[in-house]
Design a protein around this ligand. Structure first.
Ligand SMILES: [Zn+2]
Length: 233
């Protein structure tokens, strides 16, 4: 059975990753499943592509620190920019977590999770935004959403963020390879994350460590479990 060490689980190292091109990596144990899935999509007319696969700790940390400091804007659920100056550190943490994972807890660290789209469904003048409207009815990827909903499970993939559950916002582009991701979620326990945060140069460290049990419950474990056996729900 697969075992991932804490450095792999938190994206600090990438020895679990196979690089499909210079910027796109996925978990070694998922490569065959991905190609089968991509081939099935192609047979049904979709040029299925990965916009984002493995993301390392440093990259997630950079996003986090730039959001926390206000260098890049953080948006609310209605896509409005939040004014950060008046927020407490705890409010900043919760605001960022709607769309960006705490470094060390991103499922993209595992290499088992991918953001997908179909490049043959984009018009020549359109570029990918990774916004929900693109995947909803009347959006360019609506046919892809139907196909993924019908076919993902057969290939081992599921949508962890299929709907908003009070934690992470819905992400209709984010697929997870369940046989490996379930193991990663069990292994990436709170002590593993706590150690990683303690060692990191991260903004909001004190409040993150204080609220870590809540963050794990609300943003990391609070995902779609409809396709899993009951013992891990
Ligand atoms: Zn994603």
């Amino acid at each position: 059975m697969l075992h991932m060490n804490s450095r792999q689980l938190t994206g600090v190292c990438q020895s679990h990753i196979t690089w499909l091109d210079e910027r796109l990596g996925i978990h070694k144990g998922m490569v065959d499943a991905w190609f089968l899935f991509q081939q099935a999509a192609k047979s049904d007319g979709f040029s299925l592509k990965i916009a984002s696969g493995f993301r390392d700790f440093e990259r997630q940390l950079s996003i986090w620190n730039r959001k926390f400091s206000g260098e890049i804007p953080t948006k609310d659920a209605n896509n409005n920019i939040i004014s950060f100056e008046s927020l407490t550190d705890e409010e900043k943490v919760n605001a960022i977590l709607l769309f960006s994972a705490l470094p060390g807890t991103s499922r993209h660290h595992w290499g088992t999770d991918i953001d997908v789209y179909a490049d043959n469904l984009l018009e020549a003048n359109q570029s990918l935004q990774l916004e929900p409207w693109e995947y909803e009815e009347n959006g360019p990827f609506a046919p892809l959403t139907h196909w993924l909903t019908k076919n993902s499970e057969k290939f081992g993939f599921f949508f962890p963020y299929d709907t908003y559950r009070g934690g992470v916002a819905a992400e209709p582009w984010h697929l997870s390879y369940q046989p490996l991701a379930d193991i990663c979620m069990c292994e990436a326990d709170i002590s593993c994350i706590e150690q990683t945060i303690k060692q990191a140069d991260i903004l909001g460290k004190a409040i993150i460590l204080e609220k870590l049990p809540y963050i794990m419950k609300q943003y990391v474990h609070n995902i779609n479990t409809s396709t899993r056996p009951s013992e891990i729900r």
